[in-house]
Design a binder for this molecule. Structure first.
Ligand code: DGI
Ligand code: FE
Ligand code: FE
Length: 207
Protein backbone atom coordinates (compact mmCIF):
# COMPACT_ATOMS: atom_id res chain seq x y z
CA UNK A 1 0.00 0.00 0.00
CA UNK A 2 1.32 3.40 -1.00
CA UNK A 3 1.20 5.98 1.76
CA UNK A 4 -2.02 7.98 1.59
CA UNK A 5 -1.48 11.38 0.08
CA UNK A 6 -2.79 14.64 1.41
CA UNK A 7 -4.43 16.83 -1.23
CA UNK A 8 -2.79 20.22 -1.67
CA UNK A 9 -3.48 21.18 -5.25
CA UNK A 10 -7.19 21.94 -4.99
CA UNK A 11 -8.29 19.77 -7.87
CA UNK A 12 -11.51 19.66 -5.84
CA UNK A 13 -12.71 21.24 -2.62
CA UNK A 14 -13.13 17.89 -0.85
CA UNK A 15 -10.15 16.39 0.93
CA UNK A 16 -9.22 12.78 0.22
CA UNK A 17 -11.18 11.37 3.18
CA UNK A 18 -14.31 13.31 2.17
CA UNK A 19 -13.95 12.17 -1.42
CA UNK A 20 -13.62 8.57 -0.30
CA UNK A 21 -16.75 8.92 1.85
CA UNK A 22 -18.68 10.18 -1.19
CA UNK A 23 -17.44 7.26 -3.30
CA UNK A 24 -18.37 4.74 -0.65
CA UNK A 25 -21.93 6.09 -0.71
CA UNK A 26 -22.12 6.09 -4.50
CA UNK A 27 -20.75 2.60 -5.13
CA UNK A 28 -21.39 -0.99 -4.11
CA UNK A 29 -18.62 -2.43 -1.90
CA UNK A 30 -16.84 -4.40 -4.64
CA UNK A 31 -16.73 -1.37 -6.94
CA UNK A 32 -15.59 0.86 -4.07
CA UNK A 33 -12.69 -1.51 -3.34
CA UNK A 34 -11.82 -1.54 -7.05
CA UNK A 35 -11.50 2.26 -7.15
CA UNK A 36 -9.22 2.21 -4.09
CA UNK A 37 -6.98 -0.34 -5.84
CA UNK A 38 -7.03 1.69 -9.06
CA UNK A 39 -5.96 4.76 -7.07
CA UNK A 40 -2.99 2.90 -5.54
CA UNK A 41 -1.98 1.41 -8.89
CA UNK A 42 -2.30 4.81 -10.59
CA UNK A 43 -0.09 6.41 -7.93
CA UNK A 44 2.53 3.71 -8.42
CA UNK A 45 2.55 4.20 -12.20
CA UNK A 46 2.53 7.98 -11.75
CA UNK A 47 5.70 7.74 -9.66
CA UNK A 48 7.40 5.63 -12.30
CA UNK A 49 6.30 7.79 -15.23
CA UNK A 50 6.63 11.19 -13.59
CA UNK A 51 2.94 12.07 -13.51
CA UNK A 52 1.40 14.29 -10.81
CA UNK A 53 0.56 11.96 -7.92
CA UNK A 54 -2.38 13.96 -6.68
CA UNK A 55 -3.96 14.01 -10.15
CA UNK A 56 -3.42 10.24 -10.38
CA UNK A 57 -5.12 9.79 -7.01
CA UNK A 58 -8.14 11.94 -7.91
CA UNK A 59 -8.51 10.32 -11.34
CA UNK A 60 -8.17 6.81 -9.91
CA UNK A 61 -10.72 7.42 -7.18
CA UNK A 62 -13.26 9.20 -9.39
CA UNK A 63 -13.01 7.18 -12.62
CA UNK A 64 -16.00 4.87 -11.95
CA UNK A 65 -17.99 7.34 -9.81
CA UNK A 66 -20.98 7.13 -12.16
CA UNK A 67 -20.84 3.38 -12.82
CA UNK A 68 -23.99 2.62 -10.82
CA UNK A 69 -26.18 5.44 -12.01
CA UNK A 70 -29.38 4.54 -13.85
CA UNK A 71 -29.45 5.00 -17.63
CA UNK A 72 -31.86 7.95 -17.28
CA UNK A 73 -29.21 9.99 -15.47
CA UNK A 74 -26.79 9.62 -18.38
CA UNK A 75 -29.47 10.35 -20.98
CA UNK A 76 -30.41 13.51 -19.06
CA UNK A 77 -26.80 14.70 -19.05
CA UNK A 78 -26.28 13.85 -22.75
CA UNK A 79 -29.30 16.02 -23.61
CA UNK A 80 -28.69 18.84 -21.10
CA UNK A 81 -25.05 19.25 -22.10
CA UNK A 82 -25.73 18.63 -25.79
CA UNK A 83 -23.15 15.84 -25.96
CA UNK A 84 -22.94 13.85 -29.21
CA UNK A 85 -26.27 12.16 -30.05
CA UNK A 86 -24.26 9.13 -31.15
CA UNK A 87 -23.74 8.41 -27.45
CA UNK A 88 -27.41 7.45 -27.15
CA UNK A 89 -26.67 4.33 -29.22
CA UNK A 90 -24.41 2.98 -26.46
CA UNK A 91 -24.95 2.11 -22.81
CA UNK A 92 -23.44 2.14 -19.34
CA UNK A 93 -20.12 0.62 -20.52
CA UNK A 94 -19.41 3.77 -22.53
CA UNK A 95 -21.51 6.31 -20.59
CA UNK A 96 -20.01 5.81 -17.14
CA UNK A 97 -16.72 7.36 -18.30
CA UNK A 98 -17.60 9.68 -21.17
CA UNK A 99 -20.75 11.05 -19.55
CA UNK A 100 -19.78 10.16 -15.98
CA UNK A 101 -16.98 12.75 -16.12
CA UNK A 102 -19.70 15.43 -16.26
CA UNK A 103 -21.14 14.10 -12.99
CA UNK A 104 -17.65 14.04 -11.46
CA UNK A 105 -17.35 17.69 -12.44
CA UNK A 106 -20.80 18.82 -11.30
CA UNK A 107 -21.25 16.67 -8.19
CA UNK A 108 -17.71 16.16 -6.88
CA UNK A 109 -16.40 19.52 -8.09
CA UNK A 110 -13.41 18.29 -10.09
CA UNK A 111 -12.68 21.09 -12.57
CA UNK A 112 -9.27 20.07 -13.90
CA UNK A 113 -9.76 19.22 -17.59
CA UNK A 114 -6.83 16.82 -17.79
CA UNK A 115 -8.30 14.75 -14.95
CA UNK A 116 -11.78 14.92 -16.50
CA UNK A 117 -10.40 13.85 -19.89
CA UNK A 118 -8.57 10.93 -18.28
CA UNK A 119 -11.91 9.84 -16.78
CA UNK A 120 -13.70 10.36 -20.13
CA UNK A 121 -11.11 8.18 -21.84
CA UNK A 122 -10.66 5.49 -19.21
CA UNK A 123 -12.76 2.79 -20.93
CA UNK A 124 -12.12 3.42 -24.63
CA UNK A 125 -8.77 5.18 -24.62
CA UNK A 126 -8.20 7.90 -27.21
CA UNK A 127 -5.84 8.59 -30.10
CA UNK A 128 -4.15 11.24 -27.99
CA UNK A 129 -3.88 10.55 -24.26
CA UNK A 130 -1.78 12.55 -21.81
CA UNK A 131 0.53 10.51 -19.57
CA UNK A 132 -2.09 10.88 -16.80
CA UNK A 133 -4.79 9.42 -19.06
CA UNK A 134 -2.47 6.54 -20.00
CA UNK A 135 -1.75 5.90 -16.32
CA UNK A 136 -5.47 5.74 -15.47
CA UNK A 137 -6.30 3.58 -18.51
CA UNK A 138 -3.62 1.07 -17.47
CA UNK A 139 -4.24 1.23 -13.70
CA UNK A 140 -7.89 0.31 -14.29
CA UNK A 141 -6.80 -2.67 -16.39
CA UNK A 142 -4.00 -4.08 -14.23
CA UNK A 143 -5.03 -3.26 -10.64
CA UNK A 144 -4.28 -6.24 -8.35
CA UNK A 145 -7.91 -7.39 -8.24
CA UNK A 146 -7.97 -8.05 -12.00
CA UNK A 147 -7.69 -11.67 -13.00
CA UNK A 148 -8.03 -12.56 -16.65
CA UNK A 149 -5.77 -14.29 -19.18
CA UNK A 150 -3.14 -11.77 -20.21
CA UNK A 151 -3.26 -9.55 -17.13
CA UNK A 152 0.23 -10.58 -16.01
CA UNK A 153 1.57 -9.79 -19.45
CA UNK A 154 -0.23 -6.44 -19.33
CA UNK A 155 1.38 -5.67 -15.93
CA UNK A 156 4.82 -6.61 -17.21
CA UNK A 157 4.56 -4.57 -20.42
CA UNK A 158 3.13 -1.54 -18.61
CA UNK A 159 6.05 -1.59 -16.22
CA UNK A 160 8.50 -1.75 -19.13
CA UNK A 161 6.79 0.88 -21.33
CA UNK A 162 3.54 2.72 -20.56
CA UNK A 163 2.66 3.20 -24.24
CA UNK A 164 3.19 -0.48 -24.94
CA UNK A 165 0.76 -1.28 -22.13
CA UNK A 166 -1.80 1.03 -23.74
CA UNK A 167 -1.31 -0.72 -27.09
CA UNK A 168 -1.60 -4.17 -25.49
CA UNK A 169 -4.83 -3.37 -23.66
CA UNK A 170 -6.33 -1.72 -26.73
CA UNK A 171 -5.59 -4.71 -28.94
CA UNK A 172 -6.95 -7.17 -26.36
CA UNK A 173 -10.15 -5.17 -25.79
CA UNK A 174 -10.86 -4.70 -29.48
CA UNK A 175 -10.27 -8.41 -30.09
CA UNK A 176 -12.61 -9.29 -27.19
CA UNK A 177 -15.36 -6.96 -28.44
CA UNK A 178 -15.15 -8.27 -32.00
CA UNK A 179 -15.05 -11.93 -30.91
CA UNK A 180 -18.16 -11.37 -28.79
CA UNK A 181 -20.06 -9.40 -31.45
CA UNK A 182 -20.26 -6.34 -29.21
CA UNK A 183 -20.72 -2.83 -30.58
CA UNK A 184 -17.43 -0.95 -30.92
CA UNK A 185 -17.49 2.70 -29.97
CA UNK A 186 -15.77 4.71 -32.75
CA UNK A 187 -13.28 6.15 -30.28
CA UNK A 188 -12.11 2.62 -29.43
CA UNK A 189 -11.21 2.16 -33.11
CA UNK A 190 -9.41 5.50 -33.16
CA UNK A 191 -7.42 4.34 -30.13
CA UNK A 192 -6.57 1.11 -31.92
CA UNK A 193 -5.36 2.90 -35.04
CA UNK A 194 -3.27 5.40 -33.09
CA UNK A 195 -1.59 2.93 -30.73
CA UNK A 196 -1.53 -0.65 -32.00
CA UNK A 197 0.28 -0.39 -35.37
CA UNK A 198 2.87 1.88 -33.72
CA UNK A 199 3.82 -0.96 -31.35
CA UNK A 200 3.39 -3.73 -33.90
CA UNK A 201 6.90 -5.16 -33.48
CA UNK A 202 6.84 -5.15 -29.66
CA UNK A 203 3.36 -6.65 -29.55
CA UNK A 204 4.43 -9.41 -31.90
CA UNK A 205 7.45 -10.25 -29.75
CA UNK A 206 5.30 -10.27 -26.63
CA UNK A 207 2.21 -12.04 -27.94
O1 DGI B 1 -15.51 0.10 -15.34
P1 DGI B 1 -14.54 -1.04 -15.27
O2 DGI B 1 -15.22 -2.38 -15.29
O3 DGI B 1 -13.60 -0.92 -14.10
O4 DGI B 1 -13.59 -0.99 -16.56
P2 DGI B 1 -13.82 -0.19 -17.94
O5 DGI B 1 -14.44 1.12 -17.72
O6 DGI B 1 -12.49 -0.20 -18.64
O7 DGI B 1 -14.85 -1.09 -18.71
C1 DGI B 1 -14.41 -2.29 -19.28
C2 DGI B 1 -15.48 -2.83 -20.20
O8 DGI B 1 -15.80 -1.90 -21.21
C3 DGI B 1 -15.01 -4.10 -20.87
O9 DGI B 1 -15.96 -5.12 -20.60
C4 DGI B 1 -15.01 -3.77 -22.32
C5 DGI B 1 -15.95 -2.59 -22.40
N1 DGI B 1 -15.62 -1.73 -23.56
C6 DGI B 1 -14.46 -1.10 -23.84
N2 DGI B 1 -14.53 -0.49 -25.03
C7 DGI B 1 -15.75 -0.74 -25.52
C8 DGI B 1 -16.47 -1.52 -24.58
N3 DGI B 1 -17.74 -1.97 -24.77
C9 DGI B 1 -18.32 -1.64 -25.92
N4 DGI B 1 -19.55 -2.07 -26.16
N5 DGI B 1 -17.71 -0.90 -26.89
C10 DGI B 1 -16.43 -0.42 -26.74
O10 DGI B 1 -15.91 0.23 -27.65
FE1 FE C 1 -14.85 2.04 -15.76
FE1 FE D 1 -12.71 0.83 -13.24
Amino acid sequence: MVKEIEYQKHYLSLNRAELIARLERALKPSRFKHVLRVEQTAIKLAKQYDVDLEAASVAGLCHDYAKQRPDEDFITVIKAKKLSKELLDYGNAIWHGVVGAELVKDELGVQNEEILNAIRQHTTGAAYMTPLAQVLYMADYIEPGRDFPGVEKARQLTKADLGLGVAYQTQATLTYLAENSKPIYPKTLETYNAWVPKYRKELKNNG
